[in-house]
Design a protein around this ligand. Structure first.
Ligand code: PLP
Length: 400
């Protein structure tokens, strides 16, 4: 089916998920079929699977600057985040019940905090500036004697802002407080080393770097001991029950190996596409706001607020042109609330409602960027032509 002038659909939603790399699929395939053993079985089928998991764990650890015994496989970023927050809150409850997170965390952290708050924990949400950055001084002021942990994401999923994690972590450690970072959006896009960052825990998820869905990991530094989240069998050195997803573990290791090996080339390429897109949009469309930081930003992310229109309407119109992008994050789409990230950055709710995230990937091309800009211009003009707010603005009505 012809979907647009380029005869193909254009996927600009790589922050929601990425396609599985063919090379990753090839590596995974035998572990679904002939090598199907349970990694906990003691016979040869099990031993083969256990060896594959072991090899994958060592590879992932090496690529992240960790020890193999510090990598725990999970079902994805959401589980890793829940484990870090709830596990540590529970383990440290005798020290205190105060937790500090940023106000722009992913729903996986925010919802875990909400549950803890209902159980009597006190959560401090650090503010961010208009670019989405946490101020180290704000963290320092927020830490109390009963603070048990801090969690600040490495890179934001909506606006791509990269936080000064190393500095924030040093502040927390200076006060004897543990530090977790959600690096789900960062791993595979920018260099990530747990040693460099100095964090105690770090979450990652394979489907954000051309790996399979439903697999992730929590890095837990040696000596750091969160309580268990999932109890059951003795998998993951008794820390996380559940039969190991061998094909997914193998796939995550391969995906991380490829992403790390090709990181420089791919991130420069993707950044080039993103920068061209941003320049053309700013040149061709009036009344747009480029959200996020100009410099401390993931290479794939562009987030724009188009004033006087609804983001959802623009999204649907672009979809009809074969263009896939996103309003807010995939996890909060379906909610009509404006993005908590944009609101925390001080953007007013009306403007936040007109925001779209475009996230580029290694398979996008320059002609796709140019085509998307053409369709954006067309559709923004079309929607503004029927927007009462835009009409009022043009008639000079103030504060529309
Ligand atoms: N954290 C961030 C920053 C994310 O962007 C996402 C996914 O969108 C998650 C956590 C959840 O990861 P998963 O989809 O693997 O559960």
């Amino acid at each position: 089916m012809i979907t647009n002038a380029l005869n193909r659909k254009i996927y600009l939603d790589h922050s929601a998920t990425t396609p599985l790399d063919e090379r990753v699929f090839c590596e995974m395939k035998p572990w679904f079929t002939e090598k199907f053993g349970n990694a906990n079985s003691i016979h040869s089928f099990g031993a083969d699977a256990a060896l594959a998991v072991d090899t994958a764990r060592r590879k992932i650890a090496e690529l992240l600057g960790a020890k193999p015994t510090e990598i725990y496989f999970t079902s994805g970023g959401t589980e890793a985040d829940n484990w870090a927050i709830k596990g540590m809150a529970e383990a440290k409850r005798d020290k205190g019940k105060h937790i500090i997170v940023s106000s722009i965390e992913h729903a996986a952290i925010m919802s875990a905090c909400k549950q803890l708050s209902a159980k009597g924990y006190e959560i401090t949400y650090l503010p961010v500036n208009s670019k989405g950055l946490v101020a180290p001084q704000d963290l320092l002021s927020a830490i109390r004697n009963d603070t048990v942990m801090v969690s600040v994401m490495l890179a934001n999923n909506e606006v791509g802002t990269i936080q000064p994690i190393k500095e924030l972590c040093e502040i927390a450690h200076g006060k004897g407080v543990l530090f977790h970072t959600d690096a789900v959006q960062a791993v595979g896009s920018i260099p990530v080393s747990v040693k460099e960052l100095g964090v105690d825990m770090l979450s990652l998820s394979a489907h954000k770097f051309y790996g399979p869905k439903g697999i992730g990991a929590l890095y837990i530094k040696s000596g750091v001991k969160p309580d268990k989240l999932l109890v059951g069998g003795h998998q993951e050195r008794t820390m996380r029950g559940g039969t190991t997803n061998v094909p997914a573990v193998v796939g995550m290791a391969k995906a991380l190996e490829i992403a790390t090996g090709e990181l420089k080339k791919n991130s420069e390429y993707v950044k080039g596409l993103r920068d061209r897109f941003v320049k053309l949009v700013e040149e061709r469309i009036p009344h747009v706001i480029y959200n996020g930081d100009g410099k401390e930003r993931l290479p794939q992310n562009a987030n724009f607020s188009f004033e006087f229109i609804e983001g959802e309407a623009l999204l649907l119109n672009l979809d009809l042109c074969g263009i896939a992008c996103s309003s807010g994050s995939a996890c909060s789409s379906g909610s009509l609330e404006p993005s908590h990230v944009l609101l925390a950055m001080g953007i007013n709710p009306e403007t936040a409602h007109g925001s779209i995230r475009f996230s580029f990937g290694k398979d996008n091309t320059r002609d796709e960027v140019d085509y998307v800009v053409e369709k954006l211009v067309e559709n923004v003009n079309k929607l503004r032509a029927i927007s009462p707010l835009f009409a009022m603005f043009n008639e000079g009505v103030k504060n529309v």
